[in-house]
Structures are given as structure tokens and as C-alpha cells.
Design a protein around this ligand. Structure first.
Ligand code: AHM
Ligand code: MG
Length: 340
């Protein structure tokens, strides 16, 4: 008789996302089906959004709606479609008590007395890239909610990112990839349109300890602190021993820039500057889920102002936060060169 040992990462490749989530739940005896049901609904939204993104140019879904969102930014039709899709998916199954979305000024409360989770999301990030067929993404995070603690309010969401029980993004790139953490590592799943499923393609993602690229909107250099300019000068200087100069890579879509940084290593930064005191990215539904994923993959995510992103306590649901993340050694180098 032979007994099978635990499966290796290579043997896990090809498993469906649904099976992966279910197996994770079975390993956590205290878990209920509600968490799996919630993730199922988020994944359903991702499947619908990827279909819409792929067809956008054909379905009169490109361009602006004519409205501005809560950030004062112009709203794309696809932003609205993606938000409506996510809201509709979360309404079902009774597991989601409320949603904070980049597209909704106020927290949306689902009247489900016993729902145990809150979701934060940017339904479609990288709006400026939609019309030009460049990669965009969906970002989400999940927080536990105690139904006995009273009705959901905006304050229910104002918790540091370290309290997220799940976080993920979906990259609509040359392929559609969903990266998820539920606390035990980060795993990437690739969408197979012919099967209509996400399959595990990168189990236990590890961000390399050091990379050779930096990803930052260098057009903002005039607004940067001297420390950040010192860092940029350093990575562009020639030094064969430390692999410099680094290459510059910047898509302008957070999900795409972070996904490359996670897989290949290096540094992504959207720092504070003289124009934007807290940078551009939103803490609850952009910086926090990304920080949770980067840390789950062994990387680091900091504000560049002496704090781990996941330790920042939010004061309002749409507040912004600087984000510097990626390979542990590259983040340490950034810290060292920008200090003082
Ligand atoms: P959005 O939520 O309005 O799409 O803005 C967020 C995006 C991120 O995806 C990206 O990292 C950043 O804005 C790029 O900003 P910039 O064009 O200033 O470099
Ligand atoms: Mg966004």
C-alpha cells in the first residue's frame, strides 16, 4: 500500500480557484461556508467584469459617463459597469454586510442582519488606461464584521489593513490573472476563457528579495522630496556590483505595476509629494489590499513616512495613503536613501 504525502506546489497547479478556496476552508475547522460563498461572489464579479473588459470596445462601453466620482475624477462607463457588477454579485447569498467602493461616495449597506463580512473594492482601477486597451484591474479586500455590534456604518470600515481576512486583485492584462491571499501565502490563478474557470497557475507566490526595476511616475520628480530624488539618482547610477542602473517600468495601472513587481521583484512607489500630501492611491481599497498581498508573498509595503501600510488607522473611507512596496531589499534601500 502507498500513502500519498502532501502535494507539492507543482502538483497543485491546475486546481480550480473554487477548489482551492474550499480546501483552504476545510483546513480551517472554525470556518463557515459564508466566507467561501463571499469569495465565490467576488470571483463571479471578476468573471463578468473580465468578459465586459474584453468586449468593451465593441459594446459602446468605452469613454466617459460625463459624471465625476467622489474623488472629483471623471468617471468612465466601464467604472460604472464594473461597480454595478460587483454590487449585484455581493447582494446575493447574504454574506456581505456592506461595501466601500471607489465609485460610491458613501458606504453601501446591505440589509442582511446576520452577514459577517465587509468588502472594500476598487471595481476597475487604472481608468485612464481603459480606452487605450492597456492593462487594468479590480482590487478588493475583505474584513470580518460582527453582526451583533450593530448596523454597518462608515466607521465599521475604518480599521487598519492588518485586519483584512482576505485581499486580492484581478489583472485584465494579456491574460486575466487573479491573485488572492486569505492569510496563508499569495496564490495566482489564470483565467481560461474556454473552460470559464480560474486555474491555479502560481501557487505560493514569492516576491524575489531584490529586483532590478523601479516603478514610479517620474513625471512627478519636480514635486518629490530630496530623499526620493536621491533614491532615483541612486537606482539610475551605474554600479555593476549592485546591478545598477535599474530599468524603469511604469504602466500607470497599479495592479499591472504591482503584479510585475511581485513576480519579478523591484520597487513600486506612489509616494507623497508637494502636490499630493498623501500620494494618490486610496488606503482602504487600493493600498491596503495590495500591501496585504505583497506581504503575503514575502515582500514589504510601507508609507515611506516610517509606517507599515497595514498599520495605518484610517480616518475616512476614501482617504489616500502613500504606498512603497515590493522586494524587501529594495524597500529597505528606499527607506535608507529617503531617510533624513
Ligand atoms: P484610478 O483609481 O482613478 O484609476 O487611479 C489609480 C491609478 C493607479 O492604478 C495607478 O497606480 C495610478 O493611478 C497612476 O497615477 P498617475 O497617472 O498619476 O501616475
Ligand atoms: Mg483606483
Amino acid at each position: 500500500m502507498t500513502t500519498e504525502g502532501p502535494r507539492t506546489d507543482a502538483e497543485l497547479v491546475g486546481m480550480t480557484l473554487a477548489a482551492h478556496v474550499l480546501e483552504g476552508m476545510l483546513e480551517a475547522p472554525a470556518a463557515t461556508g459564508a466566507f467561501t460563498a463571499l469569495l465565490d461572489q467576488i470571483v463571479l464579479a471578476a468573471k463578468l467584469i473580465t468578459g465586459r473588459v474584453r468586449r468593451a470596445g465593441l459594446a459602446d462601453a468605452l469613454g466617459l459617463t460625463g459624471d465625476t466620482n467622489v474623488q472629483g475624477e471623471r468617471v468612465q462607463k466601464m467604472d460604472v459597469l464594473a461597480n454595478d457588477t460587483l454590487v449585484a454579485a455581493l447582494r446575493h447569498r447574504g454574506t456581505c454586510a456592506g461595501l466601500v467602493s471607489e465609485e460610491l461616495e458613501e458606504a453601501l449597506v446591505f440589509e442582511r442582519a446576520d452577514a459577517g463580512y465587509l468588502v472594500v473594492a476598487d471595481p476597475l482601477d487604472g481608468s485612464s488606461n481603459i480606452d487605450v486597451a492597456v492593462s487594468i484591474g479590480t482590487i478588493f479586500g475583505v474584513l470580518r464584521h460582527d453582526p451583533a455590534a450593530g448596523p454597518v456604518r462608515a466607521e465599521s470600515f475604518l480599521r487598519p489593513g492588518r485586519e483584512l481576512c482576505a485581499a486580492g486583485y484581478v489583472l485584465y492584462g494579456s491574460s486575466t490573472v487573479l491573485v488572492l491571499t486569505t492569510g496563508q501565502g499569495a496564490h495566482a490563478f489564470t483565467w481560461d476563457p474556454s473552460a470559464g474557470e480560474f486555474f491555479l497557475s502560481h501557487p505560493n507566490l514569492r516576491c524575489p528579495p531584490r529586483g532590478s526595476t523601479y516603478s514610479i511616475n517620474e513625471g512627478n520628480t519636480a514635486h518629490f522630496d530630496p530623499g526620493i530624488r536621491r533614491y532615483l539618482d541612486h537606482v539610475k547610477a551605474k554600479d555593476a556590483a549592485t546591478g545598477r542602473p535599474y530599468s524603469h517600468r511604469y504602466v500607470g495601472s497599479l495592479v499591472a505595476d504591482v503584479h510585475r513587481t511581485l513576480l519579478k521583484g523591484g520597487l513600486f512607489a506612489y509616494p507623497h509629494d508637494a502636490k499630493s500630501a498623501n500620494g494618490k492611491l486610496r488606503l482602504l481599497y487600493e493600498a491596503n489590499p495590495i500591501a496585504a498581498l505583497v506581504e503575503a508573498a514575502g515582500g514589504r509595503a510601507i508609507t515611506g513616512r516610517g509606517q507599515r501600510v497595514l498599520d495605518v488607522t484610517p480616518r475616512s473611507i476614501h482617504e489616500r495613503a502613500p504606498l512603497v512596496c515590493g522586494s524587501a531589499e529594495d524597500v529597505a534601500l528606499y527607506e535608507q536613501l529617503t531617510a533624513g
